[in-house]
Structures are given as C-alpha cells and as structure tokens.
Design a protein around this ligand. Structure first.
Ligand SMILES: [Fe+2]
Length: 233
C-alpha cells in the first residue's frame, strides 16, 4: 500500500515538528501495512523559490534517512504544490514532481473553478512531462461542478483522496462510489503529526476490505502501484 500524501519530513512545513515525531509517524505507517510513503511537504510559491524549498526539503530528508530504521517503509520525495493563477509559467514546476516520476501532487484552492484555472490545469496536464494528481479530491467536491471532472479525467489528471474520506458510514459510501467510478486513484493519510492528524491508512484499508471485499481492495491498491510505475521516468 502507498501513502501518497504525508507531511512527515521534520520542520519543513506545518507537519512533523521534530525528527522524533517523524520517526513515530513512519513507524505507525509501517504498522499499517504501508510499504511506500510519498513525502509531500507544502510548497507555496508566494513564500519562497522552488530551489530554496527543495534545499530545505532535501536537508530534512537527509536527516530522516540517517535516523530511520532499516525496516521503515520505502520513502520517496515529492511536494504538495498549491495552485495559483500563473503556475503554468513556473519554469521549475517539473522539479516538484515526485522523485523519479512525472507525478505532481497539486492542491487546488477551496473555491469554484474558473475557466482560467481549469484551462491552466488542463494545459499543464497536456504537456506530457507532468501527470497531475489532485490532492484530497473530497475537499473540492462542492466546487467540481458540470463537466469539470470529466474534462480533468480525459486529460489524464489523477485524483488522490485522504484516508479520512473512508471513515464513517455515509462518507465512506461516497468514497467507495467515487473509487468505483475511477475518480480516486491514490489514497493518502495527509498525516501532519501523531495526534489529531496522525497516520490513518488503516481506516481506508479496513473500509475497502469491508465494503469491496479483499480481492477488489487489493486490486485497487495494485492499480495505484501500477499507475505509479507507469509514470516513472
Ligand atoms: Fe497535505
């Protein structure tokens, strides 16, 4: 199982505040049957340059790698990139992809899509060197109206849902429906700490097993792995 969205790197964003907390989060994910963890600290273009962000991120990663036990899940560097009008012109956008892949985790604003934002996202998706993955898709549902979903999907955009979407009877029913409609490709814990936003991949895993059955649940996670491999460069 891949945890596609985490804030585990120490002291890089509003996620883990220390290496000790990061190690606890990694261990929790290991106990939750998570084999691969994508490290996706927030990148806000209005706060700093891409290179400055990458330097800070990579330093934190060196520290994590030095301290993580050998039986920890496999970790891969990435970022959660906040959309802004004009992001398509950002020269270094490619550098924010998940390491070794074309995948880029994009966080959209919590407001209605405009024709401009949609065409900018579709333009990036159409370039061929970036596969966009929209972060925690369940948060944008009120804003994805009309045929926006369809146009995104037709352009090869993928969708990530948070594990918490699979918690609770009615919410998880909606999550499972979206998953069956191929509107969820990856699941992420979006964990920030060891308390109120802790790693919770078990929530999703158990719900999928219960509602879909073990075979179909495994097929879903296998499909995610396949998509990850297909996007390797
Ligand atoms: Fe996040």
């Amino acid at each position: 199982m891949i945890d596609f969205h985490t804030h585990i790197l120490p002291a890089v964003d509003d996620g883990s505040r220390s290496i000790d907390e990061s190690l606890l989060m990694l261990r929790a994910l290991s106990e939750q049957n998570t084999k691969k963890v994508i490290l996706t600290p927030h990148f806000y273009a209005d706060n700093e340059s891409v290179d400055s962000f990458l330097n800070r991120r990579n330093e934190a990663y060196e520290l994590l790698k030095a301290k993580a036990p050998s039986d920890s899940p496999n970790t891969v560097l990435g970022a959660e990139v906040r959309y802004y009008a004009g992001i398509g012109h950002l020269q270094e956008l490619k550098k924010l992809r998940i390491d070794g892949t074309k995948l880029l985790l994009l966080e959209m604003p919590f407001s209605h899509w405009t024709e401009h934002s949609l065409s900018e996202v579709l333009d990036i998706a159409g370039r061929g060197n970036i596969t966009l993955v929209l972060a925690h898709i369940e948060r944008y549902l009120p804003f994805i109206t009309g045929n926006i979903f369809q146009r995104l999907a037709e352009s090869g955009v993928l969708f990530q849902a948070n594990a918490s979407f699979f918690d609770g009877f009615f919410k998880s029913a909606k999550a499972i429906k979206m998953l069956k409609e191929n509107r969820i490709h990856f699941i992420g814990s979006d964990c920030h700490n060891t308390s109120e936003r802790r790693p919770n991949m078990t929530t999703a895993f158990q719900t999928l097993n219960r509602r879909l059955g073990e075979y179909a649940a495994k097929k879903f996670f296998d499909y995610g792995n396949q998509l990850f491999l297909q996007n390797q460069i």
